[in-house]
Design a protein around this ligand. Structure first.
Ligand SMILES: Cc1ncc(C[n+]2csc(CCOP(=O)(O)OP(=O)(O)O)c2C)c(N)n1
Length: 642
């Protein structure tokens, strides 16, 4: 292949054990070739580039010094694992990353023994490493053996509560354990919060007096009522900081900061801690996200995630889009509402661009909050914003909202607080695979008393739903929408506040009614066109609401048709289950309605394009058509032959 880099030394490495005989100078060369191979692979597949480039030397050093897979290297989030995959026997498939039937873009236990723990949601690595360390000490038996446990965690991920819960526990247990803090001063967006500035101070070499001064300065910025509590917190911090880092106060030995691109620092430090450690050690490593590839280093997000690209120019190859993305529709609408109503505010957990809140942050910075990777805090923070008389939009991906679920139940729903949940990436998301699928939110939001749950069928509907959420002030409300572009429909001039719990008819037909919740509506319409050619005209309705259900609409559809099929981009236990419950309770089944529910199958679907994933889920137009024919007892040609 002409554009493949020359990698003579890397070509000899098929397993980490092959690194053992190399000199330090050769390891430097391996790292160099590994970087070129990583860039080349991601130029073909697209994916997470910047984070991996930042840990090329660290990856090489870890595998050279430790004995994986007996020793467990646990990558936090694991979006930085591509170089690790290349060194651990998966180089031959590295150009299938994130593709259907290819390598996962994250670590995955079923893929390799070198991936001891799967990840993709952040801040789990220290808990996992601690679990391995304790299992080792308790005599747990696994085929690879139980050696050292090493968590590699970014500064962004370190800011999450879960990381500190694990540090607290690990410091208490005192087991031999390594945490490598990979500090590149980046999350997806620039990291936010006090921890980030604390870390900067650690390596800026400023004395801790400075930290105290900063804490004092921060207190004086607060309005009077907050000052007393903040002062107490500051005093605590003062006490902790004197005599060591925060990490030492948590029971870790702190080592660093060291240059994570300098093998002459990395190798001796790792060798020393491997030989000597008796308890938990935190090694603070400074790296540069996107290191060694100009276009990534220069990019605003340091090449966090990229489409396929031209290796020479760095130009990304994106298909031109015809319709606006759902994310941008949400972001734009929110800004419009915020312009009219100064109580509207917004919360994102480290995803300002991904959720479209970057627009709000630009226009109304004082009303837009990036709380860091802290979904739990973000939800409770939004709850109290609502309790305090604001109108918060809590914008999170479906998959990450899972982490804030107790807060949704306990802080928002039970208190009936009007938090507006904007749930992005609902349904199957494609290349990020099962860990990022937004499969469960319909179920876990709809079962909460008092929660309103909507799904947009297209981008115009999303406009109405943002308006509906803005206007809904007597309890929590959620609206979900998928990743990617809209349907290309005409956009409404003025947004409409929808009547809560009312669906809409799309097409009148006979015999079978298709009741869609969300963006499968497009596939439903396609199926209906194809059915029309066979002489079947289904009724089509868009439920709009999974909670409260449009009882009148549903019972009418049931009364007027011999069959009713619901379809939604979510797991069992969602919209269809609520419809089935209603039909059962109303005795509709007693008189023989044929009811079918199309939901995601009871499996975790591996990465592919969203369309391919929906094919696996049997939820595309041909499968909807087949479902209709089946329920009506019309055999398809293929089946007849069989
Ligand atoms: C719970 C959770 N929320 C949000 C994300 C989205 N996310 C993926 S990577 C990332 C940034 C991670 O930053 P950092 O740990 O500093 O690693 P870096 O990419 O800088 O190497 C975020 C916010 C996630 N994976 N998990």
């Amino acid at each position: 292949m002409p554009d493949r880099p020359k990698t003579p030394l890397l070509d000899q490495i098929t397993r980490p054990v092959d690194l053992k005989g190399l000199t330090d100078a050769q390891l430097v060369q391996v790292a160099h070739e590994l970087r070129q191979e990583t860039i080349s692979a991601v130029s073909v597949t697209g994916g997470h580039l910047g984070a991996g480039l930042g840990v090329v030397e660290l990856t090489t050093a870890l595998h050279a010094v430790f004995d994986t897979p007996r020793d467990k290297v646990i990558w936090d989030v694991s979006h930085q694992c591509y170089p690790h995959k290349i060194l651990t026997g998966r180089r031959d498939r590295i150009r299938t990353l994130r593709m259907k039937d290819g390598l996962s873009g994250f670590t995955k236990r079923s893929e390799s023994p070198f991936d001891p723990f799967g990840a993709a949601h952040s801040s789990t690595s220290i808990s996992a490493a601690l679990g391995f360390a304790v299992a080792r000490d308790l005599g747990g038996v696994i085929p690879e053996g139980n050696g050292d446990a090493i968590a590699v965690i970014g500064d962004g991920s370190m800011s999450a509560g879960m990381a500190f819960e694990a540090m607290n526990n690990a410091g208490h247990l005192g087991k031999r354990l390594f945490v490598i803090l990979n500090d590149n001063e980046m999350s997806i967006a620039p990291p936010v919060g006090a921890l980030s500035s604390y870390l900067s101070r650690l390596y800026a070499g400023e004395p801790f007096q400075e930290l105290k001064a900063a804490a004092k300065g921060a207190v004086s910025l607060l309005p009077e009522p907050f000052r007393e509590g903040a002062k107490r917190a500051k005093d605590m911090l003062k006490g902790m900081a004197v005599g060591g880092t925060m990490f030492e106060a948590l029971g870790f030995s702190y080592l660093g900061p060291i240059d994570g691109h300098d093998m002459d620092q990395l190798l001796p430090v790792l060798r020393t801690v491997k030989a000597r450690a008796t308890g938990p050690i935190l090694i603070h490593v400074l790296t540069k996200k996107g290191k060694g590839y100009g276009p990534a280093e220069r990019a605003r997000d340091k090449g966090h995630a990229t489409a396929k690209f031209d290796m020479v120019t760095g130009e990304q190859k994106k298909a031109p889009s015809n319709a606006p993305s759902y994310t941008s529709v949400f972001g734009n609408e929110l800004v419009k509402h915020a312009a009219k109503d100064d109580k509207i505010c917004a919360v994102t957990a480290a995803m300002p661009d991904g959720t479209g809140l970057n627009l709000m942050a630009e226009r109304y910075p004082s009303r837009c909050f990036d709380v860091g990777i802290a979904e739990q805090h973000g939800v409770t923070f939004a709850a109290a914003l609502a309790a305090g008389g604001m109108k918060p939009f809590c914008a999170m991906y479906s998959t990450f909202l899972q982490r804030g679920y107790d807060q949704v139940v306990h802080d928002v729903a039970i208190q009936r607080l009007p938090v507006r949940f904007a749930i992005d990436r609902a349904g199957l998301v494609g290349a990020d695979g099962a860990t990022h699928a937004g499969s469960f939110d319909i179920g876990f939001m709809s079962n909460l008393p008092g929660m309103v749950v909507m799904a947009a069928a297209d981008e115009a509907e999303l406009v109405h739903m943002v308006a509906t959420a803005a206007a809904h002030n007597d309890g929590p409300i959620a609206f979900r929408y998928p990743r990617g572009e809209g349907e290309g429909v005409e956009m409404p001039e003025t947004p409409e506040v929808l009547e809560i719990g009312k669906g809409r008819m799309i097409q009148d037909g006979k015999r079978v009614a298709l009741l869609s919740f969300g963006t499968r509506l497009g596939e439903v319409k396609k199926a209906a066109e194809s059915l029309a050619a066979k002489g079947i005209t289904p009724t089509i309705a868009d439920a709009r609401f999974a909670k409260p259900l449009d009882r009148d609409l549903i019972l009418q559809l049931a009364a007027d048709h011999e069959a009713l099929i619901t379809i939604e981009e979510g797991a069992v236990g969602g919209f269809g289950s609520h419809v089935a419950q209603l039909l059962a309770e109303e005795g509709v089944f007693d008189s023989g309605l044929k009811y079918r529910s199309m939901v995601l199958p009871d499996t975790f679907i591996d990465q592919a394009s969203p369309a391919d994933m929906y094919e696996v889920a049997a939820m595309n137009a041909p499968q909807i058509e087949a479902k209709v024919l089946d329920v009506l007892g019309v055999a398809t040609i293929g089946e007849k032959r069989a």
